[in-house]
Design a binder for this molecule. Structure first.
Ligand code: FES
Length: 247
């Protein structure tokens, strides 16, 4: 298949960028979207041009490294799918495909399609862990967790930290990411001794970064590759209110 890529090229965060057009022939519809970008880069190398910078690692939808805006949609045309899971058969032969980096003040462009997502790491650093003297590994069944609770914690632990929720949100809010990281520990008995501190520290850090506020429009839920529900944000707000009122 033949496609025309319009790709955002930007040298660094201090330089303004622009779209550059690349026509590609001979792509296979079973190629992944990232393989098509690899193919483009091979052509650019052969032409002596600078390759397009983009991020990826696992290419299996689990690491959260990939992520670009494709034709105006974070991770492309399908809901709940990371960029690396997208295939060229999702586009028509002859299509023009516009590819941009995540657009958010908290995610400055490093180069081309690569953005700096360390703001998410700084939220994690504030409490997405459990501090305990663990000693040797305890017997797995020593702390009984109801299946309903374990399932609910696992649902939010599925967040891969890609940042698509921020990119899709008109306010560039990181509420879905932060809620997922808080709730998956606060739901479990092991996370409860530090639940209050975790909630306060992580929401405080979220507010200190350049993210916007959540206005519950729900775009984050649609693009999230892990299918994390907006109800997680409501749960974070409820827990925050409880912590403020009752300490
Ligand atoms: S490369 Fe790991 S989630 Fe896409």
């Amino acid at each position: 298949m033949d496609v025309t890529f319009k790709i955002w090229r930007q040298a660094d965060s201090h330089t303004s960028g622009e779209f550059k057009t690349y026509k590609l022939s001979g792509l296979l519809e079973d190629m992944s979207f990232l393989e098509a970008l690899d193919y483009l880069n091979e052509q650019l190398v052969l032409d002596g041009q600078e390759v397009v910078a983009f991020e990826s690692d696992c290419r299996e939808g689990i690491c959260g490294q990939c992520g670009v805006v494709i034709n105006g949609e974070a991770h492309g045309p399908h809901a709940h799918m990371s960029t690396c899971q997208l295939h060229m058969r999702s586009f028509k032969d002859g299509a023009t495909i516009v590819v941009e980096p995540w657009r958010a003040a908290a995610f400055p462009v490093v180069k081309d399609l690569v953005v700096n997502r360390s703001a998410l790491d700084r939220i994690i650093e504030q409490g997405a862990y459990i501090t305990a003297k663990t000693g040797t590994a305890p017997e797995a069944n020593a702390i009984l967790i109801p299946k309903k609770v374990a399932d609910a914690a696992m649902d939010v632990a599925a967040c891969i930290g890609c940042g698509a929720c921020v990119a899709a949100c008109k306010n560039a809010s990181a509420a879905l990411f932060t809620a997922a990281k808080i709730n998956h520990l606060n739901k479990l008995p092991q996370g409860q001794p530090e639940a209050h501190e975790r909630l306060m520290a992580m929401t405080k850090q979220m507010a200190l970064e350049n993210f916007g506020s959540c206005s519950f429009t729900g775009a984050c839920e649609v693009v999230c590759p892990a299918g994390i529900s907006m109800s997680s944000i409501a749960e974070m707000h409820k827990r925050y209110l409880q912590a403020k009122l009752f300490g």
